[in-house]
Design a protein around this ligand. Structure first.
Ligand SMILES: Cc1ncc(COP(=O)(O)O)c(C=O)c1O
Length: 393
């Protein structure tokens, strides 16, 4: 008789055989007492690390006061977070939801409304190779990776896919009268391998979108909320998008999503056009408000820039002449190390050495440490990571 207990968890992930028991700052501790430096932040989520005392205190207080009321009533904490987000993004409206894919769904719906308003019966959205926007039917349709689409057909129509950084593609599209209503991309691609658009590319996109009356939608789910050293990665290019989906780092671990819009795009959605039961509840709003407050109080964006530079410098010194490394690239604390060969295994080897990292696109090592990571912790990170990579390649 097989006495092995079968897990009732649906196997949508292949997980490491490790369970974390508690966390403190940039460190996680498993059930056996092993200690790990978290250089991944639960995939760009734990902005403030684990159990930040100020966040924990605020959320404990909120938990005792009010958690959920539904959107049938006014929620002052929603207004408060919306004011802050619109101020730091230079946008005008916020809609709150619970995750990145939901923020992107809302953005896609806004793009459709915009197209319908322009009189298009089948409005199209331009999307990009190597993009990732989530796991709903609409967002897998917008995403590039064929593996996440397989078996879920029929997918959603209305996406035109082009390569990143090829500006001439836009000129062709704008002439071909395809009822385009929006251009939708991650300001920095995360799952696609930390791909940073060439300088001035976003600026050129902004101009093309304005000229053609296409919405510029910049998915900042992974790269937003201070991760690159600015509130939003598009601020490095000094541009203003029309629609910005957010999630991940905004709640520092509490599920939250938001879509920010400019004046006209926000007005496309009226009462009854969109909604969510949990979205914008007082508990999640408090997590967002406190996260943004602590980022400012503790100068975490400055820290992201300094620590990002420190990591890139160490990696470049260690691998500058190594032909097995294709490229080391990053912006703030969003860093990719592209290897010539597939390297999924590196995440497991690093875990065994007490370091949490991740591999994406099969050959890009991804680092997304909490924004609170210190100089000394970065030293530990690179001292653990460099030998792992050297041994692997
Ligand atoms: C850029 C981007 N957009 C959207 C998503 C989807 O977010 P979620 O997993 O919260 O639905 C992700 C998740 O990795 C992401 O990186």
């Amino acid at each position: 008789m097989n006495l092995k207990k079968i897990s009732p968890i649906m196997e949508t992930y292949s997980r490491f055989d490790v369970s974390m028991s508690f966390g403190k700052g940039c460190w996680l501790f498993d059930e056996k007492g092993n200690k790990y430096l978290d250089a991944l932040s639960g995939i760009a989520v734990n902005t403030l690390g684990h159990c930040h005392p100020k966040l924990t205190a605020a959320l404990s207080e909120q938990m005792k006061q009010l958690v959920h009321t539904s959107n049938l009533y006014k929620i002052p904490l929603q207004e408060k977070l919306a004011y802050k987000l619109t101020k730091i993004s230079s946008l005008n409206y916020a809609f709150f939801c619970n995750s990145g894919l939901e923020a992107n769904e809302a953005a896609i719906k806004i793009a459709r409304k915009h197209g319908q308003k322009l009189g298009y019966s089948k409005p199209k959205i331009i999307v990009f190779e190597k993009s990732f926007h989530g796991r709903s039917i609409a967002t897998i349709s917008a995403s590039a990776n064929p593996l996440i689409k397989k078996g879920f057909e029929p997918l959603l129509d209305g996406f035109i896919r082009i390569p990143l950084n090829k500006i001439e593609k836009f000129n062709e599209l704008s002439k071909s009268q395809q009822e385009i209503s929006a251009v939708f991309l991650e300001t920095i691609q995360g799952e696609g391998g930390i791909n940073i658009p060439q300088e001035k590319y976003l600026l050129a996109l902004r101009e093309i979108c304005t000229k053609n009356n296409w919405l510029l939608i910049l998915d900042e789910v992974q790269c937003g909320i201070g991760r690159t050293g600015k509130w939003f990665a598009y601020q490095w290019e000094n541009i203003k998008p029309d629609v910005v989906p957010l999630a991940k780092g905004l709640g520092s671990g509490i599920p939250i999503g938001a879509v920010l819009t400019n004046e006209t795009s926000g007005k496309l959605m009226g009462p009854g056009s969109h909604g969510t039961t949990f979205g914008g509840n007082p508990f999640a709003m408090r997590a967002g408000i406190e996260t943004l407050k602590i980022i400012e109080e503790e100068n975490l964006m400055e820290n992201a820039i300094a620590r990002g530079k420190q990591i890139l410098e160490s990696l470049n010194n260690a691998f500058c002449k190594n032909k097995e490394i294709v490229e080391i690239r990053g912006c703030g604390l969003m860093i990719g190390i592209e290897l010539k060969k597939p390297c999924k295994e590196i995440a497991r080897i690093a875990l065994e050495k007490g370091l949490l990292i991740n591999v994406t696109e099969s050959n890009v090592i991804r680092l997304l440490p909490p924004l609170i990571i210190s100089k000394d912790e970065v030293e530990i990170l690179t001292k653990r990571l460099i030998p792992v990579i050297k041994e692997f390649i």
